[in-house]
Ligand binder design. Sequence first.
Ligand SMILES: *Cc1c(COP(=O)(O)O)cnc(C)c1O
Length: 356
Amino acid sequence: MPRPLSATIHTAALANNLAVVRKYAPKSKIWAVVKANAYGHGLARAFPGLRATDGFGLLDLEEAVKLRELGWAGPILLLEGFFRPTDIDVIDRYSLTTVVHSDEQMRMLEMARLSKPVNVQLKMNSGMNRLGYTPEKYRAAWERARACAGIGQITLMTHFADADTPRGVSEQMATFERGAQGIAGTRSLANSAATLWHPSTHFDWVRPGIILYGASPSGFSSALEGVGLQPAMTLASELIATQHVAEGQTVGYGSIFTARKPMRIGVVACGYADGYPRVAPEGTPVIVDGVLTHVVGRVSMDMLTVDLTPVHSAGVGARVELWGNNLPIDDVAKACGTIGYELMCAVAPRVPVRAE
Ligand SMILES: *Cc1c(COP(=O)(O)O)cnc(C)c1O
């Protein structure tokens, strides 16, 4: 028998979440963002649930090729562009669309030998200060792209830093409009947060990632109330042992938890080597036998321990949900001081994953 830990990918939830995006941005096409192995869900496993999209956005050439091999003939966008001249051969061969965010990339495209022009998304740095041309240099970059024989369609693109915070998008939108003034062309601006909360950013293409997987861009599960998203991944395991602990006894490495009364502890087959965060403090939510309880003691490599006080009946073999259908990944992430994105991306290769 393998360890009882596994992740389940909910294909119907992915399809539902894509439909939710369509409802929010009915006039836009969708780049379904599947970078980082579909946010940890597995590209091949996520693909069937998302195939009603208009295009896929990702980072690695290898993942782009894999999508083609899965039978996807539609648009694929390289969200960071490319890194070396030889990457352009792959872009050409597999008909990929690429971000262009720098003169180095522009120059590589000017020098490339291509069988046909490459469609590009010309990225403006509208305030995030990671990638892209400044608003002042944007028009010149666009003219240079237009003059490049190797470049086909040019979409105007930027990325928001605060679409999920009270700061919002207005400042970056104004900067974008200033830099893009008088430039015709389709536009691609909105990440998940902007797709949900800033309709003025939708334009021709939206680029949602996290909401396709049913988690919140802001890190607060409450922010998704009424939106209609469903979790695309459930991470579940079982109790492999229980312990009676007397008052004053401790649990696990570092003895960081001391029982204040006699209690039962459940030992779950899931640890930080499976991707569960070691930093998860006492109180991090866990569901055992359908009942909400929480982590006690330090998460170890292959196991974690939970308080069985609210679940008197739970014994070895009891089902444990670490996150998923009954426990928002955002709530687990919040307790750990991070966001759902990081937890789903961190599920370790040793965890068996199946799609349903
Ligand atoms: C990752 C990414 C997205 C998707 O972001 P979410 O917050 O997951 O919606 C959109 N655009 C770009 C350029 C990205 O890198």
